[in-house]
Design a protein around this ligand. Structure first.
Ligand code: TZP
Ligand code: MG
Length: 217
């Protein structure tokens, strides 16, 4: 996807889905990606912890073909070096990964997002050359077990301090989405809620309906 279109898509996105291989077997991951796109996920990330690089690259190429025909930005977690070869639209880095400038040196002018786990980290990321930030975990979650939940009280403050699009993450589900929105969230990442849903596309559609009912500004 052309970078201006990708940046516009991120700025308009409300629902960010992650294809996390701890919940989805690699063989069914492309089919899961199709369902998520069909349900209205507006950014898709591949998160593949402890997987062989060849598998991640092969899968990323397959997913990139699906997302690009749907006009959905596709982000690779942890492997900025795979962005170009797979046709991904960008990379996502954590606090302990390669620094933003060094990552930019590898990926160039494509999308770059970063995880933040406190208001201080979010504020620091807010002056970096990033396209969005993640803020969480809001709630305790088996997807990222070793982190202290932030809760929802600081969501408004983070939006006041940071100009980048902010995606609230961590234990967010259809069942608590209205609470998270009422606390000031505008955009969310949902991982296990989507991937463990009986009907993935329908689940995403229901989340989108709640998200889209709240004005972005
Ligand atoms: N970063 C902060 S929380 C989290 C990540 C990757 C996991 C969110 O997963 P879930 O299943 O939506 O709680
Ligand atoms: Mg990482």
């Amino acid at each position: 996807m052309e970078i201006t279109a990708a940046r516009r898509a991120v700025s308009e996105a409300r629902l960010y889905g992650i294809l996390d291989l701890s919940y989805v077997a690699a063989e069914v991951a492309p089919d899961m990606a199709r369902r998520m796109i069909d349900g209205g996920v507006q950014i898709l990330q591949l998160r593949a912890k402890n997987q062989p690089l060849e598998l991640i690259e092969r899968l990323a190429k397959e997913v990139a073909a699906l997302t690009s025909s749907a006009g959905v930005p596709f982000i690779i977690n942890d492997h900025p070096n795979l962005v170009q070869s797979t046709g991904a639209d960008g990379a996502h880095v954590g606090q302990d990964d390669l620094a933003v400038e060094a990552t930019r040196g590898i990926i160039g002018n494509v999308l770059l997002g970063k995880s933040t786990h406190s208001v201080a980290q979010a504020t620091a990321a807010g002056v970096q050359d990033l396209d969005y930030i993640g803020f969480g975990p809001l709630f305790a979650t088996p997807t990222k077990p070793d982190y202290t939940p932030i809760g929802t009280a600081e969501i408004t403050e983070v939006h006041r301090l940071v100009r980048h699009p902010i995606f609230c993450i961590g234990g967010v589900k259809l069942e608590n989405l209205e609470t998270v929105l009422a606390a000031g969230a505008k955009r969310v990442v949902i991982v296990s809620g989507i991937l463990l849903a009986d009907d993935v596309a329908a689940y995403c559609r229901r989340c989108r309906a709640l998200l889209d009912a709240v004005p972005l500004v």
